[in-house]
Design a protein around this ligand. Sequence first.
Ligand SMILES: [Zn+2]
Length: 277
Amino acid sequence: MGPQGPCLQGGHRPLDGPRGLPRSDCRSPQLNAAPADQIRLLDVQALDVRLQQLAHRRRSLPEHAEIESLTKDLTQLRDLLVAAQTEESDTAREQTKAEQDVDQVRQRAARDQKRLDSGAVTSPKDLENLQREIASLAKRQSDLEDVVLEVMERIESVQERVAELTERVSSVQSKIDDATARRDAACEEIDGEVATVTKEREVIAGTIPADLLKLYDKLREQQGGIGAAKLYQRTCQGCRQELAITDINEIRAAAPDTVVRCENCRRILVRTAESGL
Ligand SMILES: [Zn+2]
C-alpha cells in the first residue's frame, strides 16, 4: 500500500483502471475519519434520503394536478359566463330598442287614428291614404311585437345559461377551495416532518468531520442523492455492484479510519461488521 492507501489506483495500476473509469479522485489526498464518524455518515445519508422522499411527496401530491385541472375548468367556465353575461346585456338592449320601435309605431298609429276620428281630413284621397297608413302601421306594429317576443325568449334562455354557469363556476370554485385546503394541510404536515428531519440531520452532521462531510455532500450531488453507501457482503449498496476480489483485498488491508471509495461508482464505502471482509 502506497501513501495513497486503499485509493485503488495506488500506483501499481495503469491510469485507466480495469473498468476504464476516471480516477481523478485518487489524486486527491487520502481522507481519514474515525469508523464511528463514517457510520454516522450513513445516518446522515438515511436522513438525506428521507428529505428527498419528502420533497418528492410534496411535489407529487395529487392535489397539485387536481387544482391545476379544476383551475383550467374554472377559467373556461368564467369565459363562458362572461360571454353569456355580455349576450344578456346585449339582448336586454335589443329588447329596449324593439319595445321603443313598437311604441313609436303605436304612437304614430294613435295620432293617425285621432286625425281620422277628428273628421279634419275630408278629401277622399287623403282619407284613403290615412286609412292605408293606419293599416300598414298595424301590420308593422304586429311584426315589431313579434320581434319583441322573440328577443324576450332569447333573454330568458341566456338568463338561464348565466344562472347555470354562475352555479357551475361557484361549484368548481368550492372544489378548488377544498383541494387547496387539502393540499395546504398535506404540505404543512410534510413541512413539519422536513423541519424535524433537517434538525436531526444538522445535529448528526455537526458531529462529522468537515472534510468527510464536504466530500459526502459533493458525491451526493453528483450521484443522484447517494454519497455514502454501506459495503454489505462485498457489495456496494450505492451501485449494487459486487466488488472485485482485488478491491476487496485492498479494502481489507486499509486502516479502519481510511475513507474508502467504491471503484465502480466512487461513492464513499462504509465498512461495517456485515461487509463480508
Ligand atoms: Zn458503488
